[in-house]
Write a protein that binds this ligand. Structure first.
Ligand code: CS2
Length: 517
C-alpha cells in the first residue's frame, strides 16, 4: 500500500470521495506561507486548531500555514515528514467507523521542527517576520507553575534564566525569538495560549517578560508595544490514535497514514480578542472572539474538565478502561451529574447566554459517546496539575459562600479523597504518570517512617499539598478536611462501588426529606 503524501493523495481522491465520506483541502499547498508557529503538535492540536486553520486556508487566506514545534520527541515529525505533513482527521460519531464517520485530509501543517534537535531553527522560525501568531498546547506542566505562579526555581526556568542559547521552556523560546525579532526590527507578534489552563496568556506574558528583563531590556520595551498575549478556551475530545483508526483510514483511502487523528463531532474555540498584529479570521470558520475569556475558561475547566477528571478517577478505581465505559456504571454517571449540578453550578459564574444545566447535560452526553475510546489514564495523566484548576477553586468558592448560603461540597470532598486513593493505587501499580511522581513516593515514605500513628491524615494532607492545595483555603478548613479524611478511610476500608452507592442513596434520601424540613 502506498503512503499518503501530496502526490498519492491527488490520485486517490477521485475514487475515495466517490465511495466514502471523505473531503480534502482544495488549496495549493505549494503556494502557502507559514504565519503560525505552534508549540505542542499533539493529537489535540491536529484535530482542533489545525482544522480551523485548514478551513481558513480553504477560504483563500494563504498566509496562515502552520509550522509545528515538538518540544520533546521527534516521533510526530518522523511519522508525518514522509507524507508531506498531511494527515487524516476522522470525526467519529456514535456508530464508530459507521456511516456517519467523516474523513478530512488536513493540509494546514506545513512542517514540524523538533526543539531539542535544533533550537536555533525554532528560534529563527518564530523570529521570522512572516510569522504573526504563536500558539501553544504544551499541557499544564509545560508552564512550569507552582501554586498557580511560574516557579522561578523550576530547573528548566532556571536554565533559561541563565542562558537563552538553547531554551528549555516555552518562555525561553518566545523570549529568545523576541530578542531576534526586535533586533531585526520585525513586525508585531501575537501569542495565544490554547491549553486547558486559566489565564494561560497571562502566564506566557509573565514568563517571557521575566526572561526579557533578565536578558535584554531593549527587547522588553519593544515587546511591551509589539507583542500581545492572549488566552483561549479550546474544546474537542480527541483520543489517542489506535491501530484500528489507521486501518479505517487505510481501507477508506487505500493509502497508509502513519498518524491519523480522531475526534468527536463537537468542536469549540473561544479566543480572547487581543492581537498585536493581523488577526486571522477564525470567526469565519466557527471560532468566536471575546473580550472576556475568563468566564469561558472557567466554565470549561470547572464543568467539562472537572467532570472528566471525576469520571477518570472513579473509573480507574472501579477498573474501567475508558470514559464512556465508566459512565455505563449508573453510580458514576449519577455521581458526576450530581457533582456538577449540586457542587459546581451553584458557585460557578458562567457566560451569559449559556444555561448551566444545558451545558452539563451536553458535556455528559458527549462523554458517553462510545465511538471515542478515551482512556481514563489519559485524563489521569498529570492529575496533580489538573485538579488544582478543575476542582480546587470550586471547593474554595463553596466554602467561602457556605456561611451565607447553602453551598455544598459533599461530592467534591468525596472526590478529593478518591483522588488521594487513586494516587496511592496508581503509584503502587506503577501506573502513575505525573511530573510530581517522585514527590508522591517521597511523601509516602516519610509518612510511613515519621507519622505511623496518623498515616491517613498525613498522607491526605501531603498529597494535597503536592498537588498545589497550599494556596487554597479548604486545606485549612478543619471541617472540610475531616470529611475528606473520613471519606478516604471509608474508601480504603469499603470497596469503591459500595461507597459510591451508599453516598448517593444518602444524598437521595436527604433530597426527599428537604421539602418536609
Ligand atoms: C481531558 C482533556 O485529558 C484530559 O485531561 O480532560 O484533554 C479534554 O478531553 C479536552 O479538554 C476536551 O476539550
Amino acid at each position: 500500500m502506498q503512503q499518503l503524501n501530496q502526490n498519492t493523495l491527488a490520485d486517490c481522491l477521485t475514487t475515495a470521495t466517490r465511495t466514502a465520506n471523505v473531503t480534502s483541502y482544495s488549496y495549493d499547498r505549494d503556494n502557502l506561507q507559514a504565519g503560525i508557529v505552534h508549540f505542542g503538535v499533539g493529537n489535540f492540536h491536529r484535530c482542533h486548531q489545525a482544522v480551523y486553520v485548514d478551513k481558513l486556508l480553504s477560504q483563500g487566506s494563504k498566509n496562515w500555514g502552520i509550522v509545528g514545534v515538538s518540544m520533546r520527541s521527534s516521533h510526530l515529525r518522523d511519522q508525518l515528514a514522509p507524507q508531506d505533513f498531511l494527515y487524516t482527521e476522522v470525526t467519529l460519531n456514535k456508530d464508530r467507523f459507521g456511516e456517519s464517520t467523516r474523513l478530512r485530509l488536513i493540509g494546514s501543517l506545513l512542517n514540524v521542527l523538533v526543539a531539542p534537535e535544533n533550537s536555533t531553527a525554532v528560534i529563527r522560525q518564530v523570529a521570522d517576520g512572516k510569522i504573526k501568531l504563536v500558539t501553544t498546547t504544551i499541557t499544564e506542566k509545560g508552564y512550569c507553575l507552582s501554586s498557580g505562579c511560574i516557579d522561578k526555581k523550576h530547573p528548566d526556568f532556571l536554565a533559561d534564566s541563565a542562558s537563552l542559547d538553547s531554551p528549555r521552556t516555552i518562555y525561553g523560546y518566545i523570549a529568545a525569538a523576541a530578542i531576534q525579532r526586535c533586533k531585526q526590527n520585525g513586525p508585531p507578534l501575537s501569542i495565544l495560549c490554547c491549553d486547558n489552563i486559566q489565564s494561560g496568556g497571562e502566564h506566557l506574558q509573565t514568563g517571557v517578560r521575566m526572561l526579557l528583563q533578565q536578558h535584554d531590556k531593549e527587547t522588553m520595551d519593544w515587546a511591551k508595544k509589539q507583542m500581545s498575549f492572549a488566552s483561549s478556551m479550546v474544546d474537542r475530545v480527541a483520543p489517542a490514535t489506535e491501530d484500528s483508526l489507521k486501518q479505517l483510514v487505510r481501507k477508506t483511502l487505500e493509502l497508509d497514514d502513519a498518524w491519523p487523528v480522531s475526534a468527536e463531532p463537537f468542536s469549540q474555540w473561544v479566543i480572547e480578542d487581543n492581537f498585536a498584529g493581523e488577526r486571522p479570521a477564525f470567526d469565519n470558520v466557527g471560532a468566536q472572539f471575546t473580550d472576556d475569556i475568563s468566564l469561558f475558561e472557567q466554565m470549561k475547566l470547572r464543568f467539562l474538565n472537572a467532570g472528566h477528571s471525576i469520571i477518570s478517577v472513579l473509573g480507574y478505581l472501579e477498573g474501567h478502561p475508558t470514559i464512556h465505559q465508566a459512565l455505563e456504571q449508573a453510580s458514576i454517571l449519577d455521581f458526576v451529574q450530581r457533582a456538577l449540578l449540586k457542587n459546581v453550578l451553584p458557585v460557578a459564574t458562567i457566560p451569559v447566554n449559556v444555561k448551566g444545566e444545558d451545558y452539563i447535560a451536553d458535556v455528559t452526553k458527549r462523554f458517553t459517546n462510545s465511538a471515542l475510546p478515551y482512556n481514563v489514564q489519559q485524563v489521569n495523566t498529570d492529575s496533580s496539575q489538573k485538579i488544582q484548576q478543575r476542582w480546587f477553586p470550586t471547593i474554595d468558592d463553596a466554602l467561602a459562600k457556605s456561611s451565607t448560603q447553602a453551598a455544598d461540597t459533599t461530592l467534591m470532598s468525596f472526590m478529593v479523597a478518591a483522588w488521594v486513593l487513586y494516587i496511592q493505587k496508581a503509584l503502587n501499580a506503577g501506573e502513575l504518570n505525573d511530573p510530581l511522581h517522585d514527590q508522591f513516593i517521597a511523601a509516602q515514605l516519610t509518612i510511613q517512617r515519621q507519622e505511623p500513628h496518623r498515616q491517613d491524615e498525613g498522607l491526605v494532607h501531603q498529597f494535597l499539598l503536592i498537588a498545589g492545595a497550599g494556596r487554597f483555603r479548604f486545606l485549612n478548613s478543619a471541617a472540610f478536611m475531616s470529611t475528606v479524611l473520613s471519606n478516604y478511610q471509608t474508601l480504603k476500608n469499603t470497596d469503591i462501588s459500595t461507597a459510591l452507592v451508599q453516598l448517593l442513596s444518602r444524598l437521595s434520601l436527604q433530597q426527599k426529606e428537604v421539602p418536609h424540613a
